[in-house]
Design a protein around this ligand. Structure first.
Ligand code: NCD
Length: 323
């Protein structure tokens, strides 16, 4: 495996390996000095052609905790603005000798294309409305941490599924891990291909609210919409927003998730995001450990996640190779 482009590409065994690594990196992250030498000498470039707060910071934090060198490619202040093509940009970066490129782009398929142009590992940090595999991994990891297992969980993904790479990657991963996923959205916010997805669909949040274990809310991604798909944000909130009143009707023990950024007062009421059963902060915290796992797995000196010499032990425990 050299690149992580989609959630579908991962076998169940690989997902389990990644979760095992993430468990150990979570422990590393909780140390007073949350840093291990696992990727010393490796260089990771973050190349974000689209806005991002948490994903870019999360990857950069993850790479730094593994002692990799991190370069942030400032797209807005680069030759991309002078008309340089993505391909030329990649060739320029590649010539500097790097090991991984974390890429986000507004068009689906760009990370895949880049992977064909470079020998570095490419990690898809979100391509258009297509995929966001590390988000799905951190979400499934968070559910496994909270419930012990993802298998058999009933998950409602609510909102703008149509424009959501988070929904696509989550559906693929959660379904393969044995969760039952229901998409909750008006028809206008469902993708045209939904019939082929391993999910059920409803337009009534109130119908499923009392029976699901997870309510996963999505932001209305207006930046990807070319037309008005809901009458108004007020009406959207009235039917699909997780208001304080709706939160009281959730099944006991059920949790609330959101990939961020949240639009408080639209898909989620401000106070609901602060409830003890809202896992939003856990998602962010786990995101760093999961991305450390992905980076280590792709770049970790050719050793498998659980084998190889002690010197590449991801937990940074003693290096006992020479006694
Ligand atoms: C999401 C994204 O960019 O796809 N955010 C994230 O990565 N945490 C979701 C969104 O933008 O709404």
């Amino acid at each position: 495996m050299t690149s992580l482009l989609t959630a579908e590409q991962l076998s169940l065994g690989e997902v389990e390996d990644l979760f095992g690594l993430a468990d150990s990196f979570l422990e590393v992250s909780s140390r007073r000095m949350p840093k291990v030498p696992a990727l010393r000498g490796k260089t990771v470039v973050s190349l974000f052609f689209e806005d991002s707060t948490r994903t870019r910071l999360s990857f950069e934090t993850a790479a730094k905790r593994l002692s990799a060198d991190v370069m942030t490619f400032p797209v807005a202040a680069s030759s991309v603005n002078k008309g340089e093509s993505v391909r030329d940009t990649i060739e320029t970066i590649e010539a500097m000798g790097i090991d991984a490129i974390v890429v986000r782009h507004r068009y689906a398929g760009v990370p895949h294309q880049i992977a064909g142009w470079t020998s570095a590992s490419v990690i898809n940090a979100g391509d258009g409305a297509h995929e966001h595999p590390t988000q799905a991994l951190l979400d499934a990891f968070t559910l496994r941490q909270h419930f012990g297992s993802v298998e058999g969980l009933r998950v409602a993904i609510v909102g703008d599924i149509r424009h959501s790479r988070v929904a696509r990657s989550n559906v693929a991963l959660l379904a393969s891990l044995g969760a039952e996923v229901t998409l909750v959205a008006p028809g206008t916010l469902l993708p045209p291909t939904v019939a082929g997805w391993p999910t059920t669909t409803t337009s009534e949040l109130d119908e499923v609210l009392g029976s699901v274990d997870v309510v996963y809310l999505l932001r209305m991604q207006t930046e990807r919409m070319r037309e008005h798909l809901v009458p108004s944000l007020r009406e959207y909130r009235a039917r699909y927003g997780l208001t304080a009143e709706r939160a009281t009707r959730m099944k006991s023990g059920a949790v609330i998730m959101h990939p961020g950024p949240m639009n408080r007062g639209v898909e989620i009421a401000g106070e609901v995001a602060e409830l003890p059963n809202a896992l939003v902060v856990d998602q962010v915290r786990n995101g760093v450990a999961v991305r450390m796992a992905v980076l280590f797995w792709l770049l970790g000196s050719g050793v498998g996640p659980h084998d190889g010499p002690v010197e590449s032990d991801p937990s940074g425990a003693e290096r006992t190779v020479d006694g």
